[in-house]
Every structure is written in structure tokens, then in C-alpha cells.
Design a binder for this molecule. Structure first.
Ligand SMILES: [Zn+2]
Length: 274
């Protein structure tokens, strides 16, 4: 993946500022909720922009979602933007989902909430997002004061020690409830999208697989099992999707809420066979 910094003009308030823009992306496999795998984990912070002046959050702030100027002034949006339950970066994704909801784009709103969930989830492992220095709030999932305090604490030590200390602070701030709430919101949006015939995944059975994964990760095993079975009833699904759904059923039966990849699913059945 590559990202370059560009001068952009906010489509809502006209403020000209710099943002990082992803120019190319390589993905090699993904998790069962379609998140791309490890090596590009930290790059999620490039997938949202927020105008530092009016707080408009979008994939691309130089493009306006209709009526965004009204939505960003609503109580719901302002409260979400400042909500201390979530890391700031997750709030930006959640704010974008509020804007998308206002134009009834439930598929994209769901994915924005999923990204917020991934940001929260990364904190469990102390993942540090290290983009260049344009926007502090996109770099760290901890507050600026905590960041400065740690920087003082490890002053004179090496970069590794600094990263270590920041990673520990991020882990300390991990909030499982925040992660769950993002997944719940994503689920609600995806279900609404499904009902309205808005596709949120292209291939057959993948939507059911993603929904199964969300339910399983939330520990809602009965509903997850039903969703996986619904997916398996779809005719003409690809082999990897079928394996993922069958793998989900195995995970559900052992009440496993951990994170797995599509690769794990095929490996599981390869090993079982031999
Ligand atoms: Zn703006």
C-alpha cells in the first residue's frame, strides 16, 4: 500500500488542509469479517478523513455527501464526535456512518462501523498506527496528553522503548464494550441494507458469512448458527465461502469468539481430512 499527502479542500466548509490519500493497496487474504490481513492493519487510519475545522468525517472530505453540512450539526453527530467511550479514530468512522445513514446508504454505513470495530479491536493488541505526522488523531488511539506524558517518561531512550510504552498505553485503554457496540451497529446497518436489497458484499453467501462472524464475535451463538445455515442454503456459493461458513459452525459449537481468517478455514478442513 502506498499513501501520499495531498492538499484537499473540505467540501462542507471549504477549509484547505493536508490529508493522506491511499494510492494503491495490495491485499493478501482476509479475516472472516473481510478485514484485510495483518501487514496492512495499521493502514486503517488512512481510510477516514476528518476536516479539522468543521469536523466533517468521510472517506474523502473533498467530496460532499448530500446534506452533510446539516448532519454534522446534529446532536447525534456532535456527541459521537466527542464520545469518550471510543478512541477518536473510531469516532470518525462512526460519525461517517451517521452521515451515510442520513442518505440511507446502510451498506457503507455498516462498513464504516466495522472499521470502527477494528480500530477498537486493535487496541487489545496495542497496535500503533504510524502514519506520517499530519493528523495526530489518526495516528494514535490514545489521547494527546497520554502521548506527551509517555514521551516525557521515555525521553532519552530509543524508538523501540518509546513504541513499547505507547503500545502498552493503547492496550490499557482497550474497551471491549466499545468494540462490541461498533459490531452491533454494523450488524443493524447490514441487516437494514439486506432488507432493502443494498448489497454489502459482492459474492454469493459472503453477506451471510460476515453477519455470522459479527454474531459469533458478539457471542450470539444461536443467531450466528442460524445465519451460517442460511448462508449454506444458498445455491452456487464458492468453495472458500462454503468452507468459511462450515468453519463458523465449528467455532460456534465450541463457543469461540476469536478472530480468524479465510485461510484458517481452509487449513482447518485440510488438516481434518488428512
Ligand atoms: Zn470542513
Amino acid at each position: 500500500m502506498e499513501a501520499v499527502s495531498r492538499e484537499v479542500k473540505c467540501a462542507v466548509c471549504g477549509y484547505v488542509h493536508r490529508q493522506y490519500v491511499i494510492t494503491s493497496m495490495l491485499t493478501c487474504g482476509c479475516y472472516l469479517d473481510l478485514r484485510p490481513v495483518e501487514q496492512i492493519k495499521a493502514l486503517i487510519s488512512y481510510e477516514i478523513q476528518r476536516c479539522p475545522k468543521c469536523h466533517y468525517c468521510a472517506l474523502n472530505v473533498s467530496e460532499k455527501v448530500p446534506n452533510a453540512e446539516k448532519v454534522i450539526k446534529t446532536k447525534e453527530y456532535v456527541e459521537q464526535f466527542n464520545c469518550s467511550k471510543f478512541p477518536k479514530l473510531a469516532n470518525f468512522f462512526l460519525c461517517y456512518s451517521i452521515i451515510l445513514k442520513s442518505v440511507n446508504d446502510y451498506a457503507k454505513a455498516g462498513w464504516s462501523c466495522m472499521r470502527a470495530a477494528w480500530v477498537c479491536e486493535d487496541m487489545k493488541e496495542g497496535v500503533i498506527y504510524f502514519p506520517p505526522k499530519i493528523d495526530f488523531d489518526l495516528m494514535y488511539t490514545i489521547g494527546r496528553e497520554d502521548f506527551e506524558r509517555i514521551r516525557e517518561q521515555v525521553a532519552g531512550e530509543g524508538f523501540d522503548e518509546f513504541c513499547d510504552a505507547i503500545g502498552k498505553e493503547i492496550k490499557k485503554n482497550y474497551n471491549p464494550e466499545a468494540e462490541q457496540e461498533c459490531r452491533e451497529r454494523a450488524f443493524a446497518f447490514f441487516m437494514k441494507a439486506k432488507k432493502l436489497g443494498q448489497r454489502f458484499a459482492k459474492r454469493k453467501g459472503v453477506e451471510e458469512e460476515v453477519l455470522t462472524d459479527i454474531l459469533r464475535r458478539l457471542g450470539k451463538f444461536d443467531k450466528a448458527l442460524k445465519m451460517a445455515q442460511e448462508g449454506l442454503r444458498i445455491k452456487g456459493i464458492d468453495r472458500d465461502v462454503r468452507l468459511a461458513l462450515e468453519f463458523q459452525i465449528k467455532l460456534i459449537k465450541r463457543k469461540d469468539t476469536s478472530c480468524y481468517t479465510f485461510d484458517d478455514a481452509s487449513k482447518f478442513f485440510d488438516e481434518e481430512k488428512f
